[in-house]
Write a protein that binds this ligand. Structure first.
Ligand SMILES: [Mg+2]
Length: 179
């Protein structure tokens, strides 16, 4: 682990860390009433769904679905609806990325809720680090993440990382499909 994250360098493994259901997970940090129930976040004008909790996905709600089509689920399935709060999401994202950077030999932020980081060590050591990352982010920030790891050698070509990491085997038990 390095004190200062670097944006390039050598690493034995590359990890892709992804916050699960990011917008909804941000909303849940400060509102316990949103836990263990279907939640959707709406677009700027509250017109359509832009993010869903797993429970909302399980109800068959699609991204982009107009709000008026899912409104009935608020009564029938206890669906919670929130307007988007991009200031909050940006703030949580910055905190997640800063924390992740402390674990990596290098870091490449890929999106608002995804970052690649370089990790050194054996697969077993990296697996332990992945568990620590999950615990640190959950405890410090309060959002759930999944961590996918693939082996690499030498300097990583970032353009190929996304493909190779997404197609790599995910560590069982601590990861899920990267989305
Ligand atoms: Mg995500």
């Amino acid at each position: 682990m390095s004190a200062e994250p670097r944006t390039s360098g050598h690493s034995d493994h590359v990890a892709l860390v992804d916050v699960n259901n990011f917008y909804v997970s941000c909303e849940r940090i400060f509102d316990y009433s949103l836990r263990n129930r279907p939640v959707v976040v709406l677009s700027n004008n509250d017109g359509c769904v832009v993010a869903r909790s797993q429970e909302a996905k399980d109800l068959g709600i699609a991204t982009g679905e107009p709000f008026f089509k899912v409104r009935r689920l608020m009564d029938s399935h206890n669906l919670a609806v929130r307007s988007s709060n991009y200031e909050l999401y940006g703030d949580i994202s910055a905190r997640v990325m800063e924390l992740l950077g402390r674990f990596g030999t290098w870091q490449e932020v890929y999106s608002i809720d995804e970052s690649f980081i370089g990790l050194n060590g054996t697969l077993e050591q990296v697996r332990d680090t992945a568990v620590q990352i999950r615990a640190a982010i959950t405890q410090s920030i309060g959002v759930p993440v999944c961590v996918g790891v693939s082996a690499t050698t030498g300097i990583v070509a970032y353009s190929s990382v996304a493909y190779s990491t997404r197609s790599s085997e995910m560590l069982s038990g601590i990861t899920k499909e990267v989305s």
